[in-house]
Design a binder for this molecule. Structure first.
Ligand code: 5AD
Ligand code: SF4
Length: 463
């Protein structure tokens, strides 16, 4: 799997909520209602396009913004050309993220000159960064919002001010077959390379009852798959309870549950045992390791050693033998030597990941690593990237091959494309292409006919 796969192109709105939940609205004196504002002078409905870059937290924030624009009476469209308002909800994790967004902003300015797009909003992690001031000025952006004041979009689009729209208390996407539920925001770690603590702030956890009540509501309105979200989801704690307690409760309420992203220092053995024991939990663990070298892990301030990570993995493999394991790896962090790189390759071999997101180090202004010496030359980074990629793919391919011939219950995540293939997921967390016209949220049972390094291919559903 290449780093392009975890790219900035999670194109938005595959899922427009069917039952848009009422939002908590605090009316400001004199604020005009949506209906007064949103039809154009000609009476046509205004349109908005949301483009999402980056991680699932951003996808989730976009869901919230989508609710606001729909509440404000906008129709959602998929292309810039059709949109009065374009919202770019951005990611700042890697440097080329800004370049990519610049490309979009340039294109939007051209459309603005042609009288098509009227307004542009920049939100998310780039919006929260220092660079947003320059971008606003350079591209004449109408609204810049960070990750903590997304609610200000409400006023901009003509809704009465919605306070606290961003607080973790507010429900996520409702009425969907699958829903993201944020259980914590922010991060208390200070990894050398990472901008997240700067743009997302420190950890804030939602109370357990609050999360469970939301999920009960979602399930009652048709949700069959809940993904618990947080930057360090397994660091969740509240009123003496820890992530494992929360996961256990959620797995009693939701028909299908997954969670991401975990931190190795917070991953408890009892959570791994719970994954193995509960039928409703998808047996897929995403546990970013970043490096296989203790020296680099120290430089990165990751707070664990490679051996401790490997021990966690051996517990996972033992209690969840059929499960899938994925990770994040950074190659070319400043100071990374050939020996450090070799240790990463050894760890990849030992853990036999089913997939990995491999990132070339990208210096983020404001992080410790951006100031460090020992910069690794780009051609060395490229070679190391390919070596790690090859090692991951060899393992993944071999592991996927073992699934050929097995009969699997597949949850359909995306309905069928033109070639009649839907994309689904097994309980072991494998991605499967299956020949069916079943709809999103359905289960089908099918035999795995072949396998590539990233995906399994199933035949027609049985029965
Ligand atoms: N350079 C490269 N990769 C990074 N990541 C975070 N910050 C950087 C950076 N500056 C990667 C980490 C993290 C994932 C979401 O992105 O591997 O786990
Ligand atoms: Fe970033 Fe580290 Fe926090 Fe993950 S744990 S969000 S890599 S600071």
């Amino acid at each position: 799997m290449s780093d392009a796969l975890k790219s900035d192109s999670l194109k938005t709105p595959r899922n427009v909520p069917r039952n848009v939940a009422p939002v908590r609205i605090l009316k400001k004196p004199g604020a005009r209602g949506a209906d007064e504002q949103n039809p154009t002078p000609m009476g046509e409905r205004r349109t908005a396009c949301i483009r999402t870059f980056g991680c699932q937290m951003n996808v989730h924030d976009s869901d919230r913004m989508r609710r606001m624009i729909l509440d404000a009476g906008y129709a959602e469209v998929q292309s810039y050309e059709e949109a009065d308002l374009v919202i770019l909800n951005t990611c700042y994790v890697r440097e080329n993220a800004v370049d990519r967004v610049r490309g979009h902003l340039g294109e939007l300015n051209r459309l603005r000159r042609e009288g098509r797009v009227k307004k542009v909003a920049l939100t998310g992690c780039i919006g929260a960064s220092d660079e947003s001031t320059d971008l606003k000025h350079q591209y004449g952006i109408d609204l810049v919002l960070g990750t903590h004041n997304t609610y200000e979009l409400a006023e901009f689009i003509g809704l009465p001010t919605m306070m606290e729209t961003y607080t973790p208390d507010l429900p996520g996407t409702e009425g969907e077959r699958s829903a993201f539920v944020t259980i914590m925001t922010g991060c208390n770690y200070q990894c050398s390379y990472c901008i997240v603590p700067t743009v997302r702030g420190r950890m804030v956890c939602r109370p357990l009852e609050n999360v469970v009540a939301e999920i009960e509501g979602l399930v009652a309105s048709g949700t069959s798959y809940v993904t618990l979200l947080g930057q360090t989801v397994d660091a969740w704690r509240s009123e003496g309870r820890r992530f494992c307690d929360l996961l256990e409760r959620v797995s009693e309420v939701a028909p299908r549950v997954w969670f991401t992203t975990s931190h190795p220092s917070n991953m408890e053995d009892r959570t791994l045992h719970l994954i193995g024991a509960r039928d409703t939990i998808v047996k897929r663990l995403h546990l970013p390791v970043q490096s296989g070298s203790d020296r680099m892990l120290r430089v990165m301030h990751r707070g664990y050693k490679a051996e401790r990570y490997r021990r966690k993995i051996s517990v996972f493999r033992e209690v969840v033998p059929d499960g899938t394991l994925s990770t994040d790896i950074i190659v070319g962090h400043p100071g990374e030597t050939e020996e450090d790189h070799e240790r990463t390759l050894k760890l990849v071999e030992a853990c036999a990941f089913d997939s990995a997101y491999i990132f070339k180090f990208s210096p983020r202004k404001g992080t410790e690593a951006a100031e460090l010496g020992g910069v690794v030359p780009p051609e060395v980074v490229q070679r190391r990237f390919l070596e790690v990629l090859r090692a991951v793919e060899q393992n993944a391919f071999a592991r996927n091959q073992r699934k050929v011939g097995s009969i699997e219950e597949v949850y359909v995540r995306h309905g069928s494309t033109e070639d009649g293939k839907a994309i689904g997921e097994t309980w072991s967390g494998h991605a499967v292409h299956v020949k069916t016209d079943a709809r999103r949220g359905d289960y089908v049972t099918a035999r795995i006919e072949s396998a590539g390094p990233h995906v399994l291919y199933a035949g027609e559903p049985l029965g």
